[in-house]
Design a protein around this ligand. Sequence first.
Ligand code: NAD
Length: 307
Amino acid sequence: MKILICDTMNSKVLKELHSLGECIDISSSESKDQDLVTEINDAEIVVVRSSTKLTKEIIEKGDCLKIIARCGVGVDNIDIEYAKSQNIKVTNSPSANLNSVVELTVALIISAARKLSLSDSHLKDGKWDRKEFIGMELSGKQLGIVGFGKAGRLVSKIMKSLGMTIAFYDPYIEDWDGPEKRLELDELLITSDVISIHVIKTKETVNLISQEKLDLLKNSAILVNTSRGGVVDEDYLVELLKLKKIFGAGLDVYSEEPPQNVDNFEDINLITTPHIGASTNEAQLKAGIDTVENIKKILAGDDSVAL
Ligand code: NAD
């Protein structure tokens, strides 16, 4: 059985995959796009993270393809509908990255509230002008969560311990009677001091936080997105930061990765990271182990882990 590994995997996970079949690893190939087209042809299993795009055109070249295993949660890089139509099982590891992406989200919120990126560069430039770095205390403020799923709820739990009150917007949650305040999107954006985005990427969530929605934010607001690029109008967000129409922002994900307009990111209270939400040893190992387990289950005829 040929297993095509398209993105970097933890060494323990690679060992497990090797025990399942003949592995071809193109993750560090300089001609990866080309290798993918060639190698997928007789592969039965393809393993990817978020950076490999499995479009219909690529998947249809996989004449023997049985399983697409996404090591991580988001499957917006895979044409699932087409895969399913070809009876190819698609599986992911929905919880493995949770702690890591949530911890990064909390770090971005606190960094924006205390202008950590700007103040770090300031000190390293040999300066000591403390009045430039008056921050914002989070205790007593409202955190507005857009997309109240696994990540949104865990961010809420942690931020409550810092004294924040929680509101959320999520049209797919029915009959809510928890302590968190449920709001419509506009009201959440108008009233929250910190907004954190945790939706999955769908046709509906692309540009959900559009220019018009960003105009609803308070001048003192912070917005953080660790979900998926393109959910927030990032160019307009940067414009608002430059005009000091919002207090700060944090981004781990971008509509184009890597983003091409990074010069615009300088000298504003914007903390950026290169899509590293899941990039911890623990998350990568757990996602990899979950992925191997899912592959084994599907091979044994248990489709409960298939999407
Ligand atoms: P989840 O499926 O548990 O939660 C997503 C929530 O979004 C659900 O509650 C759903 O009802 C809600 N939602 C869907 N459409 C919506 C809409 N139109 N408006 C508002 N809410 C909507 O997913 P999760 O595990 O919490 O992950 C959240 C996001 O974080 C995903 O996009 C995932 O890809 C991303 N993520 C990013 C990284 C990273 O490296 N930055 C790592 C892990 C996860």
